[in-house]
Structure formats: C-alpha cells, structure tokens
Design a protein around this ligand. Sequence first.
Ligand SMILES: NC(=O)c1ccc[n+]([C@@H]2O[C@H](COP(=O)([O-])OP(=O)(O)OC[C@H]3O[C@@H](n4cnc5c(N)ncnc54)[C@H](OP(=O)(O)O)[C@@H]3O)[C@@H](O)[C@H]2O)c1
Length: 297
Amino acid sequence: MNITILGPGAVGSLWACYLQKAGHNVCLWTRNSIPSEQSLSLSANENSSHQFKINDKQALIDCDLLVITVKAWQVESALLPLLPLLSKETILLFMHNGMGAIDNLKEHINHHPILQATTTHGALKENNTNVIHTGYGNTSLGPFNPLGKQCQFIQDVLNHSLPSVDWNPEINIALWKKLAINCAINPLTAIHQCKNGQLEQLDIHQYVVSICSEVHEILQKEGIEWSYSELLSSVNQVIKATSANYSSMNRDCFYQRKTEIDFITGYLLKRAKFHGISAPINQSLYNQIKQFEENTL
Ligand SMILES: NC(=O)c1ccc[n+]([C@@H]2O[C@H](COP(=O)([O-])OP(=O)(O)OC[C@H]3O[C@@H](n4cnc5c(N)ncnc54)[C@H](OP(=O)(O)O)[C@@H]3O)[C@@H](O)[C@H]2O)c1
C-alpha cells in the first residue's frame, strides 16, 4: 500500500519502519520539508535501516492510508492543511492517546473512511535518525465512522507489520478504558514527578482509588460496561507492569512540553459536565497540570 505517516515522532517512526519492512511504500510528513529524504534506524529485536521520502506531495495525493501519529493536541493543526490534497478514498488512521481530538474535525473528514487505534507498544525517538522499540505490546483498531467499518483489512496490513493487532468494532470502548487508566496514572505521576510504580505507595494510592471512583461514575453514564473493581484492578495491573516507567505526561512535564491533559482528564471532565456529574479530584488534577503548563510553557 501507499502509506504516509503524519508526525513521525516515536510512534510514527516505529510504524514507518515496520510498515516499510513489510513491503509497503511509506513516506513521512513532517513539519519541515527539508531535507527531502530521511534515514531512520530501528533498534528492536532485529535492527534495521530505512530510507523515507519526506513531504512528498504526490505521495500524499496517491496515499491509500494516512497514519496520523501526532499528539492529540496537534491533530487538528497537522491534518487540516493536508485535507485538500487527499483523495476521498484515503483511509485516515488516528493513533494517539486520549479522546476528543477528532470531534471538531468530523465535518471536514467524514467523507473519508476513518479508523482509530490505541497501542501499548513503547517507542522512543532518541534523535532524528534513531527510533527504539522500547516495549512490545498490542494494538487495537476499529472504525470511527460507517466508511471505516469497510476497512477491516487494515488489521491484516498492520498485523503483518507489527503484531499483534486486533479489530475492535467497538473501538470507542477500548479508547474509554485506556482513557480511564490514563486518568488514574498520568496526572498523579506528572504532579509527583514519580515513576508509575510509586503510585503503589499507600499515601498516593488512596488518590488512585478516589480517581477511579469518579471515573467509574462517568463510564457508567457513557454506557461502558466495566465494573469498579475491574477498572481498579486494571489500573493496578498497569501500575505494576510499568512500575519502572515514567508516564508520557510525567515526561512532558519534566521536559516542560505541552501535555495531553485536555484530551485525557479534560475529556473526562467534559463528559462529566455533560452528564451533570462533578468530579472534584479529577478537576483538581486537571487544574494543577494546566497551571503547570501556564507557568512553564
Ligand atoms: N511513545 C510511546 O511509546 C507511545 C506509546 C503509546 C501511545 N503513544 C501516544 O502516541 C502519540 C504520539 O506519541 P509520540 O511519543 O510518538 O510523540 P512525538 O514523539 O512527540 O511524535 C509526534 C510527532 O508529530 C510531529 N508533529 C507535530 N505537529 C506536526 C505537524 N503539524 N506536521 C507534521 N508533524 C507534526 C512532531 O514533530 P516535532 O518534533 O517537530 O514536534 C513529532 O515528530 C501520543 O498521543 C502518545 O501519547 C505514545
């Protein structure tokens, strides 16, 4: 397939390398069109070297699949300028943390087949030319609109490149579950500047429990069937499995970068407001991260 990766940071570069390895014709779309080619080496189980064209307009016009791997808050500004160049058959695949990033774009993109994905693979872009596959995971993929429902074959395309990939016709549920876990882990680890494992300490873990309780009430109103004990035990499992890791929000705050809080806790709070529910602990965490962003960016 002709594939363009919009936003070849850590996740985008990882997929670019694996998709090219699998034989696809992959180009990158970055903020800067100079240089016009980019070498990337992938450090993984088997190291490999890759060469990609950058910001090739004709490749974008011809692309069958556009994989959008910018951060949630970058989606709108990255994608809008490219829309006039795309064929209406181009499949848009969004892969970012959080929810709500494409809601405002819907009317501009709904004539494309749209897919959403969430991944637990870990990637680190050490520098402009090296991407490290830091952790193997899996990817869930599913349709955002009716045209997207006809694109289940993309599961095979991705699965042959970087397994495992499952097709989830109700991807929204998977996204909500990921968001719920992120709400419990990301803001706390960012505010306390701690590794995920430190959330197991009793004095912090009581906040994890309270966050989950608020999140669960909102999940119920959204019609997501997930019991409170399932939610809490999933959060605890992720904390254990990633105990030595820093969350992405922790790193964003550490490096004084804008976070994805508006699309994680911020999205949760929007839905809480819609349902007429208050979520004071999540609100307080949201305010603290926004204050931090205001003071540092
Ligand atoms: N890294 C992981 O292990 C991991 C795992 C699971 C999920 N995720 C999620 O995946 C998403 C991407 O994460 P990431 O770690 O790959 O972030 P990242 O390294 O910051 O990648 C984002 C890329 O998008 C580029 N970009 C931003 N605006 C653009 C524009 N207008 N046009 C073209 N390119 C643009 C950025 O370029 P600049 O460098 O010029 O800003 C950067 O290269 C996030 O939602 C993250 O939470 C990440």
